[in-house]
Design a protein around this ligand. Sequence first.
Ligand SMILES: NC(=O)c1ccc[n+]([C@@H]2O[C@H](COP(=O)([O-])OP(=O)(O)OC[C@H]3O[C@@H](n4cnc5c(N)ncnc54)[C@H](OP(=O)(O)O)[C@@H]3O)[C@@H](O)[C@H]2O)c1
Length: 255
Amino acid sequence: MISNKTILIAGASSGIGRQVALLLSHHNNRIIVSARRQFELDTLCKEIITNGSQAMAIPCDALSSEQAEDCVKQSIGEFKTIDIALLNIGDGPVFNMSKTSVDEIHHNTQLNYGTLVNFLVPLIAQMKWQGHGLIAHTNSLAGFLGLPMQGPYSAANAAGRILMDSCRIELKPFGIKFVSIYPGFIATKRVKTDGIPSPFEISELDAAKHIIRALEKEAADYLFPFITANLVRLAKILPKSLTNKLLTKLRPAHY
Ligand SMILES: NC(=O)c1ccc[n+]([C@@H]2O[C@H](COP(=O)([O-])OP(=O)(O)OC[C@H]3O[C@@H](n4cnc5c(N)ncnc54)[C@H](OP(=O)(O)O)[C@@H]3O)[C@@H](O)[C@H]2O)c1
């Protein structure tokens, strides 16, 4: 059980990040919640405090490296150390590569990969100084494969996966641990209307429980849910022609 820890969650105002904050709030933690929407963060803080933990809201647009760095500084200013950071910002909208613009792709790369970088650098500096810490990233099973209609999202998450893998090896001597979390389809508000088929979808609450298990186990890679994770593992070792046939099922009939 994670208790009596200082935990920063970036991307906590809704969906999976919000659920993780609420579950952790029952165990006497100090929880810093960050995202752009102040009202949602303030409401979440009230719930966290009611559940017995301390809470702090830091509104921040993580596309700005200055704001992300400032968020880390404010957290340390309040609680002195950060034991765990869950970097959960991201979005995987439908991308039709014959219709999308270059700017839309760059924006999505910034959102899924750039925000990770913007938090990673100041967090690593702080945790190296502290001599301990755990940085977790909510990646996606899409980060293992080039999914149809999700190409830019898959690519940005693949970059995040590789960066976290490097950090894990490089920064081990400084006591910093890196946990990469790879969810399959989760029934969050954000994905309800995107029109992409969502096989083996699980609830937001079940996803949050998985994420906390990943943090507790300090797993290098944590893939879930079971069936989708194993399909992805299989797809990685099958000949590409077979993998492509499988992935074609995720392509909508009309696009
Ligand atoms: N849902 C799924 O099926 C699924 C599957 C695999 C992986 N994931 C990953 O899980 C994570 C959470 O997704 P979710 O479904 O829970 O979606 P969500 O509810 O939209 O959560 C995304 C969070 O990121 C924040 N955010 C977005 N842009 C930001 C920015 N520029 N600066 C700071 N914060 C920003 C959002 O808050 P504000 O809008 O208030 O800024 C929100 O708190 C994402 O990384 C997603 O890629 C989701």
